[in-house]
Design a protein around this ligand. Structure first.
Ligand code: ADP
Ligand code: MG
Length: 292
């Protein structure tokens, strides 16, 4: 039978917008020492929009339509934003003939006679192609504002960049300060570039930032933090967060997140409000106070 105290806590959970999928996670929550937040879709709304186009020779429309063609087969939020921006401008978007998705790095696709890649700054520098100084400066400036930059190459030549803006969740800052106030260490992990990660972290009050972490390395990052028995909670929304959610002592998924993230988490924030993490810890302490 389910103990009465657990039944009560689950109904309190429901009232504050928490879905407890795994009761053991709720019990473990009161012992959490570090909370790691994913950035995109967790601390931010994950609804990106293209806010700047930096094209070689000012060929903005050509850059955007080639990027959209390359991204037309991807489900990633960045891909959707690029395709939406192209159609808002009334550009015709041809569908890529073939596309290869490079997890956490971008995509590469065959568009007509050309090979078009949309790449993270890290993936671009790994390819050691030369970047025009003016474009590089433009990209650096927009990244320091906290906007994500992706680079577009056509047949391995840099054609320009696209900058995408996301909206930081209004409750994120309070979510962090509440956890701090109870003595919990707070960190952020993201696949995005260092400058963007730092700008968002500063905005929400996080100073421990793990940036440019590839999807396959997110779980290892959690394992590293767990060394010496430190109890770590991971909060995320994406497919790429699932292994880290499973690795953490407790995994907490954003309700609007992907199914894979929700299935890997013990607790779901149904209201998408990151302050719910503090509610989880409070509820856990209140529920299990009298137990060993
Ligand atoms: P996060 O950890 O912030 O949730 P991801 O691991 O999904 O982000 O992506 C990390 C980075 O990889 C993005 O900031 C972007 O530069 C690049 N990226 C991933 N998928 C795509 C895509 N479809 N198109 C362009 N860039 C992508
Ligand atoms: Mg995310």
């Amino acid at each position: 039978a389910i103990p009465l105290v657990a039944q009560i806590s689950t109904s309190i959970g429901a009232r504050v917008g928490l879905l407890v999928r795994d009761r053991a996670a709720l019990e473990e929550a009161r012992r959490i020492q570090v909370v790691v937040f994913d950035k995109t879709g967790t601390l931010t709304q994950g609804r990106q929009g293209v806010v700047e186009i930096g094209a070689h020779n000012d060929r903005d429309d050509e850059l955007l339509s080639l990027a959209a063609a390359a991204e037309s087969r991807s489900e990633h939020p960045i891909a959707r934003a690029i395709v939406a921006a192209a159609s808002e401008r009334g550009l015709s978007v041809v569908r890529a003939e073939s596309m290869e998705s490079l997890a956490g790095r971008g995509v590469t696709a065959r568009v007509g006679e050309r090979t078009v890649a949309v790449l993270s700054p890290g993936a671009l520098s790994a390819r050691s192609v030369s970047v025009d100084d003016v474009l590089a400066a433009g990209a650096a400036a927009v990244q320091s504002l906290g906007h994500t930059v992706v680079w577009v190459t056509v047949d391995d030549q840099v054609a320009g960049y696209l900058a995408l803006a996301d909206v930081i969740r209004p409750e994120a800052r309070e979510a962090v300060s509440r956890l701090r106030a109870r003595g919990v260490r707070v960190a952020m992990v993201t696949g995005d570039a260092r400058e963007v990660a730092d700008a968002v972290a500063a905005e929400v009050g996080i100073d421990e930032v793990l940036a440019e972490v590839l999807p396959e390395d997110k779980a290892a990052t959690i394992r590293e933090l767990q060394k010496g028995g430190t109890r770590v909670a991971m909060v995320g929304d994406g497919v790429n967060d699932a292994p880290a959610l499973a690795q953490a002592d407790i995994g907490i998924a954003i309700g609007a997140g992907t199914d894979v993230a929700i299935e890997s988490a013990g607790i779901v924030l149904a209201s998408d409000d990151p302050r719910g993490v503090d509610d989880v810890l409070t509820l856990s302490t209140a529920t299990y106070r009298k137990m060993a």
